[in-house]
Design a protein around this ligand. Structure first.
Ligand SMILES: Cc1cc2nc3c(=O)[nH]c(=O)nc-3n(C[C@H](O)[C@H](O)[C@H](O)COP(=O)(O)O)c2cc1C
Length: 206
């Protein structure tokens, strides 16, 4: 049973991790998007901005899967219109998980804290599975995640600041990227170079 929270949640200063969230749209199709998540008292908090497909899907179905991945090309791909990635059925919820996830958590929404800008969905983890080992940090992966966050905000971020941030992140790509990181980076650079507010500012290398 879904409860509706009366007061908003203060999320400032929380520890945030990034994952790929799967939800179901009105047609029953899986929707994949990168999303930050927080944990509080054993629960998972998801906070998608208005308007977004993930928000509509969480409101409509109340279930999701958190996919933990190290292939950052999936994150860059989803942000640049490449949303078709192999999925496989989850066990406890009717939302598929990403087939290549290293691990996944299946979520049921138990409470919604409404907000005109950014509602928070408090979720119970109904199943956890590990599929493959985590094999360490990679700087280029972190760079692609940072660049993906920038690309998700191109409509309002300052073009010169974005260009400078991409230029700094390029160092980690040059030194440590493998093929998946390079692919993700290239997709994000192309999105930046094509964006009407940014295309005149960027002289990016692909
Ligand atoms: C690493 C990362 C974390 C993100 N976290 C959030 C988030 O917590 N809330 C949000 O609304 N959008 C977040 N975004 C942006 C969404 O992925 C993006 O805007 C998306 O296209 C909108 O969601 P939709 O596909 O459900 O419409 C994040 C993007 C990245 C790359």
């Amino acid at each position: 049973m879904l409860r509706r929270g009366a007061v908003g949640l203060n999320l400032m200063g929380d520890f945030i991790r990034e994952a790929l969230v799967s939800t179901l749209d009105a047609a029953g199709q899986v929707h994949l998007t990168p999303l930050g998540y927080r944990q509080r008292d054993g629960r998972v908090l998801l906070a998608p901005f208005h308007p977004s497909q993930t928000l509509a899907n969480l409101q409509a179905h109340g279930v999701a899967v958190l996919n933990f991945i190290d292939d950052v090309s999936v994150i860059a791909g989803c942000l640049t219109g490449r949303r078709t990635w192999p999925v496989t059925p989850a066990e406890r919820v009717a939302v598929p998980r990403l087939a290549q996830s290293l691990a996944h958590w299946e979520l049921e929404v138990i409470e919604v804290f409404d907000d005109a800008t950014r509602p928070t969905f408090e979720c119970q983890v109904v199943l956890e599975r590990v599929h493959a080992p985590f094999t360490g940090f990679n700087r280029a992966q972190a760079a692609v995640i940072e660049a993906a966050v920038l690309v998700s905000r191109l409509d309002w971020l300052d073009p010169v600041a974005v260009r400078d941030d991409f230029s700094r992140l390029q160092t980690a790509i040059d030194k440590t990227a493998g093929p998946r990181e390079r692919q993700g980076w290239d997709w994000l650079c192309a999105a930046l170079a094509q964006h009407p507010r940014h295309r005149d500012t960027t002289g990016m290398r692909g």
